[in-house]
Design a protein around this ligand. Structure first.
Ligand SMILES: NC(=O)c1ccc[n+]([C@@H]2O[C@H](COP(=O)([O-])OP(=O)(O)OC[C@H]3O[C@@H](n4cnc5c(N)ncnc54)[C@H](OP(=O)(O)O)[C@@H]3O)[C@@H](O)[C@H]2O)c1
Length: 364
């Protein structure tokens, strides 16, 4: 892993929310980035972060961030990198304005994920898609700004499981999700709706799970992304779990591999070579559990510091070819950790003006 001469300031939009708090937690000892500015709604603006945020993670926010004054949405930001965890309607215009002003924006929100010139990145799977930024800059007349997006948090485990198997031709998949309450943000789902219950509907989620993998797992042809030719049917459920989303998937292939081949492909997967040395790269990308009743949220979500996807229960399927269970942490791998990894990729590929990750750096 490379070390920079001095850390790069990042601004966090939506810093007081469920994902914003994860950003702050994950950046506390980050080798390249430090929290430069925190932004939230008018409810929080003007207050010290420690007072404005109801901290829902373990412990307390770092003292230096707790003392920062929360900025309003229309503040002039100084940080070259902006990490966004705003509601999508709020993010929609602001993220574009910030990129137009020269900021490099790494977003979690869904507003621009499917725009043709916006890279939808999981660097361990598709780091080469980051070059779409050049098309974006040309299209939009941005010289130094850029906008890249994280995927929907539920689809991460599915896409990670699919990537090493693309060579067999994934024709179709049926997916059922069990999603944690933190996926709905804070305060999120009312306790009277979710305790002792399962809610078999999450607005907009099934559509994202059915479409985003086709872009992420597609190929960049130098000008645009050619979508993966596959069909996914999804059913999404909210369950009384704090963190991590679990998916049960059945998959049909053009050339059906054996169960042993699939397991070997998963275990051998090292991630995209352009991302391997990034500080937040999942290590390992995939863990396979041979235990009959794993993966489980409480026992497996923190694998690889919350960045590893754990797969298990691979077996034959009576309807399609094979089925399995996969789990990833929604606010780490599926949100804040993923967006930080995307920002690291932008730095390492030279898309953040004035910042270069050379060969021999010394920490300042
Ligand atoms: N939770 C997840 O697992 C997850 C995963 C992937 C993607 N995402 C996406 O990430 C984004 C944030 O999600 P979250 O779960 O962190 O939500 P959240 O807990 O509700 O936090 C929302 C944040 O946005 C701020 N905000 C709300 N309305 C605003 C406004 N009108 N102007 C300025 N700031 C405003 C809030 O500030 P105040 O505290 O001041 O109100 C808070 O900091 C969403 O787009 C979500 O879809 C979430």
């Amino acid at each position: 892993m490379s070390i920079l001469a001095s850390k790069i300031d990042v601004a966090i939009l939506g810093a007081t929310g469920a994902v914003g708090q994860r950003f702050i937690q994950l950046l506390e000892n980050h080798p390249w980035f430090r929290v430069g500015e925190v932004v939230a709604s008018d409810r929080s603006a003007g207050k010290p972060y420690g007072e404005a945020a109801r901290w829902v993670l373990a412990g307390s926010p770092p003292a230096d961030v707790a003392a920062m004054t929360v900025l309003p949405l229309d503040a002039q930001l100084n940080s070259p990198i902006v990490l966004s965890a705003l509601p999508s309607d709020v993010a929609k215009t602001l993220e574009l304005e910030l990129a137009a002003r020269g900021h490099v924006v790494s977003s979690n929100t869904s507003s621009h994920r499917m725009a043709a010139d916006v890279p939808l990145l999981l660097p361990d799977l598709n780091a080469d898609h980051v070059a779409l930024v050049e098309v974006q800059r040309r299209n939009r007349g941005w010289s130094s700004g850029a906008l890249v997006t994280m995927t929907n948090c539920t689809s991460v485990a599915l896409m990670v499981a699919f990537k090493p198997l693309l060579k067999y031709g994934i024709k179709q998949a049926n997916v059922v999700s069990m999603q944690a309450v933190s996926g709905a943000g804070y305060p999120g789902v009312a306790s009277l709706d979710i305790l002792d219950n399962v809610v078999p509907y999450i607005g907009g989620e099934e559509d994202k799970l059915e479409t985003e993998p086709r872009k992420v797992l597609g190929s960049f042809n130098g000008e645009a992304i050619d979508f993966l030719d596959t069909v996914i049917s999804a059913a999404c459920n909210r369950v009384p779990v704090l963190d991590s989303h679990l998916v049960c998937a059945s998959v049909g292939f053009e050339n059906v591999p054996s169960l042993e081949q699939i397991k070997a492909d998963w275990l051998a997967y090292q991630g995209h070579e352009l991302a391997r040395d990034l500080p937040s790269m999942p290590d390992p990308v995939i863990a396979y559990s041979e235990v009959a009743d794993r993966p489980q949220p409480r026992r497996d979500r923190d694998a690889g510091a919350g960045m590893t996807t754990t797969i298990g229960r691979l077996r034959e399927c009576n309807l399609l070819d094979v089925k399995f269970v996969a789990l990833s942490h929604n606010t780490i791998r599926g949100a804040a950790g993923g967006a930080i990894l995307n920002a690291e990729l932008l730095v390492s590929r030279g898309y953040v003006q004035g910042v270069h990750v050379g060969e021999a750096q010394v920490m300042g």
